[in-house]
Ligand binder design. Sequence first.
Ligand code: GLA
Length: 734
Amino acid sequence: MLMVFVVNAQIKLPQVWKFHTGDDPQWSEPGFNDSQWEHIKIGSPWENEGHPGYDGFAWYRVKVVIPSSLKNSSALSRSLKIALGEIDDGDQTYLNGKIIGQNAEMGGTIEQGDYNAERVYVLPIDDPAIHWDQENTIAVRVFDHGGNGGMWAGSYNINTTGISDFVTIDDHTDNFHFRERTHLSKKIMLKSSADQYTFSGKLTISVINPDNHQAIWEKTIPASFTGSKPFDYTYAFTLSGGQSYEAKYVFTDSHSKESVTATEGVPYILTPTASPKPQINGATVTGVRPGHPFLFRVPATGKRPMEFSAQHLPEGLHIDRETGIISGEINTAGSYEVRLTVKNALGADSRDLTIKVGDMIGLTPAMGWNSWNVWGLSVNEKKVEAAADAMIKNGLADHGWTYINIDDGWERPERAANGEIVPNNKFPDMKALAGYIHNDGLKMGIYSSPGPKTCGGFTGSYQHEAQDAQTYAKWGIDYLKYDWCSYGEIAPQNPNLYWLQKPYKLMDSALQIVDRDIYFSLCQYGMGDVWKWGAEVGGNSWRTTGDIRDNWESMSGIGFNQGKCAPYAGPGHWNDPDMLVVGKVGWGPSLHHTHLTPDEQYTHISLWCLLSAPLLIGCDMTHMDDFTRSLLTNDEVLAVDQDPLGKEATQIAETDSVRIYEKDLADGSKAVGLFNVSTQPASIHLDFSPLGLNGEQKLRDLWRQKNIGTFTGSYVAKNIPSHGVLLLKITAMK
Ligand code: GLA
């Protein structure tokens, strides 16, 4: 018999569903009359759809015909899949009254579901709950606490299984390995989740030039694999470098004739290799409060051993000549100009550092590492120590990366008898850990929430704020990320400004009286336009959005929508569009290489630097590939972020395919980002007059650290890759 398979047939679910707040088991039933319920758009938090601040239970319902033709869409159609996107926080989903799935990962109840997990519920194709060719009722029971809620993001469809449900082309376990920047290799794997099948066919790997869609390298090889025996292949090729290419993998199964395809960008390194001669990098200004511990590791590249020295160090400070770590304390307020010098066998470099002793800290955006985007709640002491070690060993500390921050997951459920917060057994000794980190001249951060519980369900600071601040200071903490989670249970629904500010004011006053500087990072996702008052409640930075993920929609959706916050950033108080998603990320114990393409990663770092954003690396520091390292160690790019003027870039042009950002720099020049947000390579025309630039201008490509030339009136940047960027510094000729 000849079977015709309609590959990729799928039913799209409607964008508008029925909705009701509250909770009643009857609402799962197909016969329940929901005609009085309101209509609501899915793919958007219910806060944005007429229910601001709502926390608790609510139900979504929709009716949909499931055509039996879906059963013939693949030789492997054994199951029906219902995709319901991401649901904040937990859900239970019913098809015609029968429960077909739930997400309640963390605590076993839907109150603690994982708001970031894609819900795809699977039923056997012969499950009687499916009413083929008739109307079916899907009912989703949702619980939300704190922040946004509901069916907030993702794709919504019904499909049957096909080869892509069983076969994965794993191109994210390994990363590309570079030899000499032009020789690349990478291992890819074909995996099957179905033990019952042996897949056998061929794998074609192509490297494609996106400008003309031509393959510049291609290879086809036989491949066969089972659930227990994956197939792997390491391919190697040579490129001329410096240009964006796409790698495409197609596996075709010879039995079903079905294919699975995956594509990814090929990384290309633009950052020049650091010279063996000494060079001082990083911020040119730093702040400390009088009488508080000062710690600053002079970031410098160059062949070790190097000798560090500092002229005009204010009284109370001392520099370690071997490590370049400046420590001590300064009792008298004022601005101190220090001349730093670094020498090695090949030469010397000198630069000024301004130490401002006064009320303000965080004079440039914080740069460091945070455990969340990589380890999630699986963070532990070993992982934090390893991150600190890697910061030194990878050389990132030589470019100004300083903070090592523990996010959620370190707190024990019960406080000590005297009310003191106690770390759980993953963190045996916080004070010793801080000492370990300080010993390298790095700084240590920690995390808490103003509610009784943190977002991950750990112990929060509620009613222990002053005591917690003292404990942090006692341990030697330099940075506090303070979330909002579960404070929603303390504050009234739809909290007004008073309630939004209250927990932050409280913690700020506690932090102000401890005997060390603790950078205060607010994390309440932008509620109540926090950028307008974050500085007033003591914030050195404040999150302006929900959580970032490692995909283009999330990163670009956040990064290109910061305009409303831009005027409020400045030295000591920064907008925080969330942490970086480059390198190996995972939000838990198992990691994958970021799903952003290399060009998207150039966009990510360029944009965050233009936005004067805190730069917090969220990847496994101990397995950092050459490309990621190159992204995080370009001193001319990082200097845009750390510029002492502290202005945030603004968007000066926007079309469907282009965004242009401009940031004023302290030396009178401008950093300009030309972003191609379209799916094709593009040329971008930059007109100088909207930038107020008259006369001849010198243009420098910051990623390549190369002068492009001098131009008057305008400049056309050719061939900016899809989702890529050209980051310029423009300086008027004298
Ligand atoms: C919130 C924050 C994240 C992270 C988690 C920890 O979701 O936005 O950055 O701190 O909490 O649970």
